[in-house]
Design a protein around this ligand. Structure first.
Ligand code: GLY
Ligand code: MN
Ligand code: MN
Length: 272
């Protein structure tokens, strides 16, 4: 079997070079990304206005994707419309579940504009308009993790620093909730990473023409490289408690929460 083009020697170097050229966005690219995030916001508002009358994840997908087709080229990736415990499945794109009052809806979606740049935004929203106490506790923990990560998005930090900040807040929160035994420091040790059972993924990737932009860049310039003005990345901590996870108090089981924003690194910090 022939290796895919980007895996062949020579082609791999070309793919890496092109990915690395895309790490810093120019003014035109930033303008495109601003436009698609604004359009994505309007599509989220379309979905929110349907709460109370929409009855299925399919309808949420349809509403979001309609705005994407009207204002842009299409969606940048398959819309994730995950209600209730479906939110605990990363990349839930079947979108064939019901919307039930009292459940949360995790909507991860992005409008792709005519120049093919895409947004990548997630909100986790109570379908009834109000969080239950358990939902609110977890939502606020993820929100605090996102705030901590956002504060670290600035030149001088490396790409992984926002992730480290968010994972620490989440690990400390999991200890406070009685879900992680022992200390956050112990859980966070490289050889342990106990919190990952519930956080599942890191909090950032580059964004641009691809939703996971620059993915072929060498690790030393992307994953282990410095944040620089003009980079655009997501900040997206999450917590996911599977329905059948007996290590989690029953009141939290079946709740999945992610909050994802798209952030431009500026001279002295960032712009959300
Ligand atoms: N929507 C895919 C991601 O957040 O990476
Ligand atoms: Mn993302
Ligand atoms: Mn996303």
């Amino acid at each position: 079997r022939l290796a895919p083009a980007h895996e062949r020697p020579g082609d791999r170097e070309l793919a890496a070079a092109i990915s690395e050229l895309r790490l810093i966005k120019d003014a035109l690219e930033i303008e495109e990304l601003r436009a698609v995030t604004a359009s994505t916001r309007r599509a989220f508002e379309d979905v929110i206005r349907s709460f109370g009358r929409a009855s299925s994840e399919r309808e949420v997908e349809g509403l979001f994707n309609l705005r994407a087709r009207v204002e842009g080229n299409d969606v940048g990736y398959g819309t994730i419309a995950a209600s209730g415990a479906n939110a605990c499945i990363l990349h839930w794109t079947r979108n064939d579940g019901p919307l039930r009052e009292g459940d949360l809806l995790l909507l991860d979606a992005g409008v792709e504009g005519h120049a093919l740049y895409t947004a990548d935004i997630t909100r986790t929203l109570p379908l009834s308009g109000r969080f239950s106490p358990a939902q609110r506790e977890l939502y606020e923990l993820v929100w605090r993790a996102q705030q901590a990560a956002l504060e670290a998005v600035r030149p001088g930090n490396d790409f992984m620093e926002p992730n480290r900040r968010a994972q620490r807040v989440l690990a400390e929160g999991l200890v406070a909730l009685g879900i992680l035994q022992g200390s956050a420091d112990e859980a966070l040790r490289d050889e342990h990473q106990f919190h990952k059972r519930y956080t599942l993924h890191n909090v950032s990737h580059m964004l641009g023409l691809d939703v996971h932009d620059c993915a072929r860049a060498r690790e030393e310039v992307y994953r282990y490289g410095p944040l620089q003005p003009g980079m655009v990345l997501t900040v997206e901590p999450g917590l996911y408690f599977q329905l059948d996870d007996l290590t989690v108090p029953e009141r939290y089981r079946g709740i999945g929460i992610r909050i994802e924003d798209d952030v431009l690194v500026t001279e002295h910090g960032h712009e959300n």
